[in-house]
Design a protein around this ligand. Structure first.
Ligand code: SF4
Length: 499
């Protein structure tokens, strides 16, 4: 289907991924894959096709800096091979040093899908067992469920204070018939997304999800920015009195558009106090601010988004360069300013405190995301949890898994002869997807061989499916054995699964 609607609770199918780039501003993963250290095969094969702000995570990983990864699972049914993509993405980030979180979105399952708590508990166990069986290190990482995480609930409450009903209407189409609990589950998800930065330092965080979850990511990036305004280390103001001239430097780093507006907001007025009496007043200051923003942004300081700015209009280019260098050298913004402009530290601190009225101090970095393609259902169409033949559950009996692959539709031609002549259509084949997304594992040569043999007409569907079915049977048997081993690990974890 050509039309794209991103609905986190709809049945996930995204007809045209290109639309996502144009319409929603999701960025192409291809463009940054070179910045990712040792990219996962799902990245290399284009299964992970899009992102928001993932360059921040990739760059930090490459530099050996702290990053986090988090994804949630709504326990509404069995985990299946589509969910395995997310499990793998989390585990890969964990193996690459990310502080990694897996969470059970039980509040969402209850409020948005009407699951009973008993059902939720059962499915939650199954998700966690598969995640552990696939290699999630529970000692290094964190697993939790939303409903029993007090810290998370507190954060959700704070975030809720910054969210407006009109936004829920605009983003999710919520209306008068939406339950209050469903809305609460949304702010809880915002809190999930920011949780790694709450329990530890603010840091680049990736949320691996399907593109249908993008509204949550966009909303959380927005809310993260609102929680960041007037943060201590990011707000700064100072002034010095020269003999006959008042020199002012006041900066408040802020993402809130309304503060961007300029001197009309009360907060800006506060800062403006300090340049009153200067000929030209705010207008002149605004010019200086504009050119300063440009300089800072050109120097790659954009993530801090300085929004309210009153700079020393007499500052020299050298001073700006020193500032930029100091910030590049990872000095705190405040320190950088003091050094670069050679300011009176005590006066600077005093003034910084004054304009930092009511800061929240969370200091969240905007969360990033990566998006993977949805797997095609084995019967064609979309893979759906509610249509057993369309997917392979990670709990399926290995023989059933074998049979499902054998019964799958293919991109093959009507006759063997035609196939030899024209080649198969691997790009439209759910069986080929199984190879690329799962069965070939890290072995690119094997995935390519299947593709080339298929489109080259050397591979016929009967044999091809049998090979895939055999590999699937093997995978399921092995996975389920590991799930049994993981029972013990799960029992030792502090997760309440019998509410
Ligand atoms: Fe699909 Fe394999 Fe047939 Fe090609 S040969 S169309 S990959 S089943």
């Amino acid at each position: 289907d050509g039309g794209v609607a991103l609905d986190p609770w709809g049945s996930a199918t995204v007809g045209d991924y290109r639309n996502l780039f144009e319409e929603f501003g999701i960025e192409e993963f291809d463009e940054i894959i070179d910045r990712v250290p040792d990219p996962h095969y799902l990245m290399r094969r284009g299964v992970i096709f899009g992102h928001r702000g993932y360059d921040a995570v990739a760059d930090a990983m490459r530099e050996g800096e702290d990053v986090a990864a988090l994804s949630g699972f709504m326990p509404t049914g069995d985990p299946h091979i589509g969910h395995k993509l997310v499990f793998d993405e989390l585990i890969w980030h964990q193996e690459h040093g990310a502080d990694t979180y897996g969470l059970i979105a039980d509040l969402e399952a209850h409020s948005a899908r009407g699951m009973t708590w008993a059902e939720i508990d059962e499915h939650a166990r199954d998700y966690l067992l598969s995640l552990l069986a696939l290699g999630f290190d529970a000692e290094e990482g964190t697993l939790y469920r939303q409903s029993t995480n007090r810290e998370l609930q507190d954060l959700a409450f704070e975030l809720g204070a910054k969210a407006r009903f009109a936004e829920f209407e605009g983003i999710y189409g919520f209306g008068g018939g939406t339950s209050v609990s469903h809305m609460q589950s949304v702010v809880t998800q915002m809190a999930d997304i920011l949780y790694p930065q709450l329990v530890d330092e603010p840091k680049p965080t990736v949320i691996p999800v399907g593109p249908d979850q993008d509204p949550h990511v966009r909303f959380s990036r927005d809310i993260a920015a609102r929680m960041r305004y007037f943060k201590v280390t990011d707000a700064f103001a100072s002034f010095e009195l020269d003999d006959d001239e008042r020199r002012v430097v006041a900066v408040a780093y802020d993402d809130r558009e309304e503060y961007a507006a300029d001197a009309d907001t009360p907060r800006c007025e506060e800062a403006a106090e300090y340049i009153r009496g200067d000929p030209g007043g705010l207008d002149a200051a605004a010019d200086v601010i504009d050119s300063t923003i440009e300089k800072l942004e050109n120097a790659g300081m954009e993530p801090l988004r300085p929004r309210v700015r009153f700079f020393d209009r007499n500052a020299t280019d050298e001073a700006f360069e020193a500032l930029i260098e100091a910030v590049d050298g990872e000095k705190r913004v405040f320190e950088a300013h003091v050094d670069a402009f050679d300011l009176d530290r005590t006066a600077a601190e005093e003034l910084a405190r004054e304009i930092e009225v009511d800061h929240d101090g969370f200091g969240f970095v905007a969360p990033s995301s990566i998006y993977h393609r949805f797997m095609t259902g084995l019967t064609g169409g979309k893979m759906s949890s509610s249509v057993p033949a369309s997917h392979i559950s990670l709990l399926d009996d290995p023989e059933d898994g074998y049979d499902k692959v054998m019964a799958a539709t293919t991109g093959g031609r009507d006759t063997a002869e035609e196939q030899r002549e024209l080649g198969g259509r691997a790009d439209e084949c759910p069986v080929y997807e199984l190879y690329a997304y799962l069965l070939a594992g890290d072995d690119d040569d094997f995935a390519e061989l299947v593709y080339d043999e298929c489109v080259g007409g050397e591979r016929l569907c009967g044999d091809c499916k049998e090979q895939a079915a055999g590999l699937m049977r093997e995978f399921l048997a092995e996975h389920q054995e590991k799930r049994e081993e993981a029972e013990e690990v799960l029992a030792d974890l502090d997760i309440d699964l019998d509410v």
